[in-house]
Design a protein. Structure first.
Length: 278
């Protein structure tokens, strides 16, 4: 099939491009990856995992100070890596454009986009102010939609590009996160399926991961409540809280050439939670 975009995908199969690049199925050498929400937590762990696999990583977050710390930590961890960062709030349309102006100005192209940036304010449905629930949708859903659109011209120049959206089990079943968060993540999972089908002929795979409770700064307050923690663990067959690196490993797999026939999937990283519900 000839790609409608006239991209490299129309000329090379994924296997051909892999051979041309001299890459290993379990490596990301020579690939450029953009990770949003990457100054801490899951995003920071994803950046580290991709660097370890050989990718050149670009990180984005809204807090410049947090980004500076993340860059220093990542470059200490990986002395041979050059980590480039850009401070932007991806909930803002104009700043989303600025991110891709920056990426294009770098001139290195793009093979991987990880839409990880997210936010939440957990409360009863009737208690949300308009700006609160709209901000959740802008950050969790609309940023992924628009950044994927901005990334497409760059991604479609290759036969083996990928997008990974960081969703949530809240988008698959009821969880006590508040309805806007669950709605935004459910829509993100559906966006993953739509783009996977629409962009497959252009060589762009689109997948998602759906974490349950992961040990991050954002979850620390709730999990500090012993009674609530006991409830969470009771509904988690593996009986523990997940680590950011465990989500990062699933994201990295979906970016690898080894996953070249996987698209439109959502991998739950949940210790078995979805077999129970909550």
């Amino acid at each position: 099939m000839v790609s409608s975009s006239g991209s490299l995908a129309a000329i090379l199969s994924p296997g051909d491009e892999e051979m041309a690049m001299g890459t290993n199925r379990w490596r990301l050498d020579g690939q450029v990856a953009l990770v949003t929400g990457a100054s801490a937590g899951i995003g920071r762990a994803i950046a580290a995992e991709l660097i370890e696999l050989g990718a050149d990583v670009l990180i984005v977050a809204r807090d410049q100070d947090g980004l500076d710390v993340a860059v220093d930590e990542l470059e200490d961890q990986f002395p041979d890596a050059e980590v480039r960062a850009f401070a932007a709030d991806v909930s803002d349309t104009e700043q989303r454009r600025e991110v891709f102006d920056w990426v294009e100005d770098l001139g290195d192209g793009l093979q991987i986009l990880v839409n990880n940036a997210g936010t939440n304010a957990s409360k009863p449905t009737m208690d949300y102010a308009d700006d609160e629930w709209r901000d959740i949708f802008e950050t969790n859903l609309f940023s992924a939609f628009e950044l994927s659109r901005f990334a497409f011209p760059l991604l479609s120049q290759h036969a083996t590009s990928s997008i990974v959206n960081v969703g949530s089990v809240s988008g698959l079943t009821h969880v006590r996160t508040g309805s806007p968060y669950g709605m935004s993540k459910a829509a993100l999972h559906q966006l993953t399926k739509n783009l996977a089908c629409e962009w497959a002929e252009d060589g762009v795979r689109v997948n998602a991961v759906a974490p349950w409770y992961i040990r991050t700064r954002r979850t620390s307050v709730k999990l500090a409540n012993p009674d609530y923690l006991d409830e969470v663990l009771d509904r988690t067959p593996m009986g523990r809280i997940g680590e950011p690196e465990e989500v990062a490993a699933a994201v990295a797999f979906l970016c690898l050439p080894a996953a070249s026939y996987v698209t439109g999937e959502c991998i739950a990283v949940d210790g078995g939670f979805l077999r129970y519900g909550f």
